[in-house]
Every structure is written in C-alpha cells, then in structure tokens.
Design a protein around this ligand. Structure first.
Ligand SMILES: N[C@@H](CCC(=O)N[C@@H](CS)C(=O)NCC(=O)O)C(=O)O
Length: 216
C-alpha cells in the first residue's frame, strides 16, 4: 500500500488515522505541498486536482479524495469498524464528515491561500480567512453535535467513527492556524478523546516526517 502524503495535510491526516486504526501500514510518498510538488506533471497524472491524499492499494487500486478512501478502507478492511451499521447512522456520520471535508477545509488549502496571496492578501489576512471558515465550521459542529441525541461519547454514539477522525482533523487545522476550539465544548471534548488514542495521535501533522520541530 502506498500513500501520497505531506506532514501538514489535514485530508491526509484523516487517511493516516484510519489506516492506523485498522492496523494497516503504507509506504509513504512525500509530496511537499508548500514547495508545489503537487503541480509536477508526474503527480498530476495521478491526481489532476493536484491534491493529496492519493492512496494505492496492493492490487494497484488507486483512489483520490479522503472520504471515498476512508469508505473504501472501511469496506475492504472491516477490522476496527469506523461506520455504524444502520443506514441512518451511516448517513449522519457522512454528513458530519462532510461538514469539514466539503464545507470548511477546502477554503483553507494551499491553492486557495496561494490565490488569495496572488491577489494581494497579506499573510495575516490569509490566516484570518482560514480561521474564519474553520471557526464557522466548529460553531456548526457544536450546534449539530450538542443538540442531537445521537451524539454520545463520540460524534455518533459510543464508537469512534469516520466523523470523529474528521472532527479531530478540523480541530487540528484550527490549531495549525493559531485558533482554538475551546469555545465549543462538545467539539473540544470529542476531539480530545479521539486524540487520546495513540493510533490517531500518531497521525497528527506535527508528528510526521518533515514537520517543524516543536518550539523550545
Ligand atoms: N477534498 C479533498 C481535499 C484534498 C486537498 O485539497 N488536499 C490538500 C491538502 S490537505 C492539498 O493537497 N492541497 C494542495 C493545494 O491546495 O495546492 C480530500 O478530502 O481529499
């Protein structure tokens, strides 16, 4: 198995966490997003969106987009289930996942930040832009999770699911931009619980090769 990855990538964090939870190990191929490696023709031949993750299974199956990759891993490698068994529960988990995957995180990725920069936005403005969208996402997560009896210890009942991986990634993204999720108690509680699992914690961006060393 092969994973095209980069330390800072939140979409790839989701896949790293799921692989760890399922006890699967991959050969990493590092794509330096800050250096622009995603635009190299050999990588764009794999993913014309110039984005990671790209996952390649042992039989050559090559998959793009973190949510379909997570769902593939769930179906292909059912150990440590990451989805509920019922239809409605699975739809709820997918919806929670999409709140960050579709509606928050895409506004903060390098191609968007680079475009803002090319239009004259300063690093401070770009940071404020990213934290704005992530904070709105956290606010929506808080309302959805705290107001719904399907929420349990985790986002959906008492079993860690794909929704929890996505929520944890959302909070990590906030932290990388210097924001905090403390104002959102349900979000902060579940993210802390999920990150207390070493299999998820070890997928954290700052624990990947190439990540900046912690400040002394
Ligand atoms: N919807 C995609 C998002 C993929 C994505 O945008 N990944 C970011 C890193 S987290 C990336 O590779 N960005 C490259 C760029 O923006 O230039 C997914 O969930 O996999």
């Amino acid at each position: 198995m092969q994973l095209f990855t980069f330390w800072r990538s939140i979409a790839t964090f989701r896949v790293r966490a799921a692989l760890n939870l399922k006890g699967l190990s991959v050969q990493p191929t590092f794509i330096d997003l800050l250096a622009g490696d995603q635009h190299k023709p050999e990588f764009m031949g794999l993913n014309p969106m110039a984005a990671i993750p790209v996952f390649v299974d042992d039989d050559g199956t090559t998959l793009l987009q973190s949510l379909p990759i997570l769902e593939y891993l769930e179906e292909r490698y059912p150990q440590t289930p990451l989805m509920p068994k019922d239809f409605a529960g699975r739809a709820r988990v997918r919806a929670l996942a999409q709140m960050t995957i579709a509606d928050s995180h895409p506004l903060t990725v390098p191609r968007v930040r680079n475009y803002l920069s090319s239009m004259g936005a300063s690093p401070e403005v770009i940071n404020a832009w990213a934290t704005h969208w992530l904070t709105l996402g956290a606010e929506a997560y808080e309302k959805r999770l705290s107001g719904d009896k399907a929420t349990g210890t985790y986002c959906h009942g008492d079993q860690l699911s794909i929704a929890d991986i996505c929520l944890a990634g959302h909070v990590i993204a906030m932290n990388l931009f210097g924001a905090k999720a403390d104002a959102y108690p349900t979000v902060a509680r579940i993210a802390a619980l999920v990150m207390s699992d070493e299999r998820v914690a070890s997928a954290h961006p700052l624990r990947q090769p190439g990540a900046p060393a912690p400040k002394a």
